[in-house]
Design a protein around this ligand. Structure first.
Ligand code: GLU
Length: 452
């Protein structure tokens, strides 16, 4: 019989082995540890999951592709970037996950994102496996023509690894509608196929789903609202701090406003803006989506209610709810302590792994409702799966239908996480609930499909 002690010893040994075999990948280690830390109760309760090799297989990507991406800038100079696609787990469906273009990208970052994606995608209840990709390309300050040439070069290698039944990329940091357009165009040209379901996040007129751009931000606000409701509170009338000013942050702000909450902040790498009247989402969209400008311009154009705080972090602004929506490890223990001191009630991760493990523990000890990204930001990939469904059926749903489906999926994810946490003796712990519920679904499929 497997005891809790045996399980813990085995998980500890596995952790050491993973660090040894994947050196210099701290974010990947962090993501794996965070999941393994919560699995002991389910492994002890369900001996079939403790089968030798199951967790080991789950932590090893099925396939990892690394490739050269050469491209020419507007002056004719040649640049060489590195491209990645990590196809982590396909037990539940084709690999699914975004592409990130950012100078910080390396194999460890893509592996952490791909690993998280497995559980997040499982939680949606839809048929999608987990993967992630990207490049260390820095789109900042590049012309449209340079972005296009980069995307074309990237796809010239990527196309052979993807397909609507194989691997379906989408956007992430640095990859939005413009980049998906260039990537899709090159895929179509090389393959001579109209294969709409090979990428998601496409334009509305050529196979994209309504509400896909909004889905991640809308979903994380719905998740925060569900956590508050569980505690007998309402999101309406609450103040919120939001970090970031990309796709997730913008639509987080939009949904907060729609539900009667007051989003006070947004940020970029240069600092943050705080707006006492609440962020004006149309101005934010104009600056970030149309002009691709900096967040400081928001304060310059908004008038007296807003100010720009160079180099600051939004977490110092008192608020009822926090929605970290920028990037990994952007909210540390000190930030969490400031939020708790200022009375924060709920935190929902719009970004992937934005909260450090120490900060997560601090929130949990303080009794703050904490929604991990795997659950809280799953709305984006969920609507991607709905985009795939529409593509396969050669149809397009109305925005109302997609938004209803999104609300239904987010509510189901909240209930699943909540009930799973309770079942395994960790009531109110959405981290344990999300990890175990996602794990159970993937593990059942892996066990049924044999040792592959
Ligand atoms: N990059 C998003 C995520 O982190 C979306 C992935 C997708 O739509 O495939 O979940």
């Amino acid at each position: 019989m497997t005891t809790r002690d045996d399980t813990k010893t085995r998980l500890d040994a596995l952790r050491v082995e993973i660090e040894r075999r994947n050196p210099a990948q701290p974010e990947f280690h962090q993501a794996v540890h965070e999941v393994l830390d919560t699995l002991a109760p389910v492994l002890a309760a369900r001996p079939e999951y403790a089968e030798p090799g199951l967790i080991e297989r789950l932590c090893e990507p099925e396939r990892q592709v690394i490739f050269r991406v050469p491209w020419q800038d507007d002056q004719g100079r040649v640049h060489v970037n590195r491209g990645f696609r990590v196809e982590f787990n396909s037990a539940l469906g084709p690999y699914k996950g975004g592409l990130r273009f950012h100078p910080s990208v390396n194999l460890g970052i893509i592996k952490f994102l791909g690993f998280e994606q497995i559980f997040k995608n499982a939680l949606t209840g839809l048929g999608i496996g987990g993967g992630k990709g990207g490049s260390d390309f820095d789109p900042h300050g590049r012309s449209d023509a340079e972005i296009m040439r980069f995307c074309q070069s990237f796809m010239t290698e990527l196309y052979r690894h993807i397909g609507e039944h194989t691997d379906v990329p989408a956007g992430d940091i640095g990859v939005g509608g413009r980049e998906i357009g260039y990537l899709f165009g090159q895929y179509r040209r090389i393959t001579n196929r109209w294969e709409a379901g090979v990428l998601t996040g496409k334009g509305a007129g050529w196979g994209g789903s309504a509400i896909r751009p909004e889905a991640t931000g809308y979903g994380s606000v719905l998740f925060a609202a569900a956590m508050l409701r569980e505690r007998g509170e309402d999101l309406e009338g609450q103040t919120a701090v939001v970090s970031g000013s990309g796709n997730v942050a913008i639509y987080t702000v939009e949904k907060l406003l729609a539900l009667g909450a007051n989003p006070l902040t947004c940020s970029d790498s240069s600092g943050y803006v705080v707006d006492d009247k609440g962020i004006d989402v149309e101005l934010l969209k104009q600056i970030k989506e149309v002009e691709r400008g900096r967040i400081s311009e928001y304060a310059e154009r908004r008038g007296a209610s807003a100010r720009f705080v160079p180099g600051g972090r939004v977490w110092e602004v008192p608020a009822d709810v926090a929605l970290p929506s920028a990037t990994q490890n952007e909210l540390d223990e000190n930030d969490a302590a400031a939020l708790v001191r200022n009375g924060v009630k709920a935190v929902a991760e719009g970004a992937n792994m934005p909260t450090t493990p120490e900060a997560v523990h601090l929130f949990q000890r303080a009794g703050v409702a904490f929604g991990p990204g795997k659950a809280a930001n799953a709305g984006g990939v969920a609507v991607s799966a709905l985009e795939m469904a529409q593509n396969h059926a050669r149809t397009a749903w109305s925005p109302t239908k997609v938004e209803e489906e999104l609300a239904h999926i987010m509510s189901a994810i909240h209930t699943t996480c909540h009930e799973t946490a309770e079942r395994y003796g960790a009531p109110g712990d959405y981290v344990t609930g999300a990890n175990i519920a996602g794990f159970e679904r993937v593990a059942d499929a892996m066990l049924a499909q044999g040792v592959i």
